[in-house]
Write a protein that binds this ligand. Structure first.
Ligand SMILES: Cc1cc2nc3c(=O)[nH]c(=O)nc-3n(C[C@H](O)[C@H](O)[C@H](O)COP(=O)(O)O)c2cc1C
Length: 224
């Protein structure tokens, strides 16, 4: 697949088929993605790729942790929502959530249905493979951008194999469960999860196509 096609067909998929993804394919995706640049080539990343029983155990623990610690209740060290979003981020964030709930037929006021949808994150939206990205705490927050670049590479490399992804910040909310099940030492900061698998093209959740602001609204061309 050409890069342009990968860029233009990548979406955040939120419903997957149960078609397995072989370990070798996951490995190839990660190998390609690891060509990502990083500050001083420190390659400040760890990936835990989970499938099968480990994935099931992680889901179980995450759900039971989320039951006792409601999503959003735990302040994250680096990624808590700001107390006051400034424009235009608040409205964009709101529009993003609304687009998904509208596609799913969930009423904005239906808190229970919204909470149920949030919990879908911890099933990796049914994707057979979950990826957990972490970084050594001594590199935080400076090298977080490097990890973001790696994640973007994973998303694009996945397209080469006909696969889709969804980055999942929500895994932050159940970090203790991840540390426990995957035996990740405390000195690693768990940044994000990612669902990886074959998209369910027809699922309502995958009909959301969030737009983007025009280039000239955020790019300042100077000296051309
Ligand atoms: C770092 C990061 C974390 C994200 N976390 C979540 C998440 O927890 N759950 C979710 O459904 N989508 C999550 N997303 C997906 C974004 O909502 C999505 O990228 C955005 O709405 C743009 O849509 P698109 O990726 O389909 O173009 C995340 C994306 C990024 C880059």
């Amino acid at each position: 697949m050409e890069l342009l096609e990968a860029l233009s067909t990548r979406i955040s998929a939120r419903a997957f088929l149960d078609t397995p993804v072989p370990r070798g394919v996951v490995r190839e995706i990660i190998e390609l993605a690891s060509q990502a640049p990083s500050g001083s080539n420190m390659q400040p990343w760890q990936i835990h790729a989970v499938a099968g029983d480990t994935r099931r155990q992680l889901i179980e623990k995450a759900l039971s942790y989320a039951e006792k610690h409601p999503i959003g209740a735990t302040r994250s060290e680096y990624q808590s929502a700001p107390e006051h979003f400034v424009k235009p981020y608040k409205s964009r964030r709101f529009a993003c959530g609304m687009a998904l709930y509208t596609a799913l037929g969930i009423d904005r006021k239906d808190k229970a249905a919204r909470a149920q949808q949030l919990l879908r994150n911890f099933y990796f939206f049914d994707a057979p493979v979950g990826l957990i990205f972490s970084i050594h705490r001594c590199l935080m927050p400076g090298q977080l951008g490097d990890l973001g670049i790696l994640m973007a590479n994973v998303m694009l490399a996945a397209r080469e194999f006909g696969l889709h992804t969804c980055a999942q910040g929500f895994w932050q909310d159940v970090r203790p469960a991840i540390h426990e099940v995957l035996d990740i030492p405390e000195e690693y900061y768990i940044y994000n999860g990612m669902a990886l698998g074959h998209i369910d093209e027809n699922a309502a959740a995958n009909q959301v196509k969030p737009g983007r602001e025009p280039v000239d609204s955020f790019t300042h061309f100077l000296g051309f």
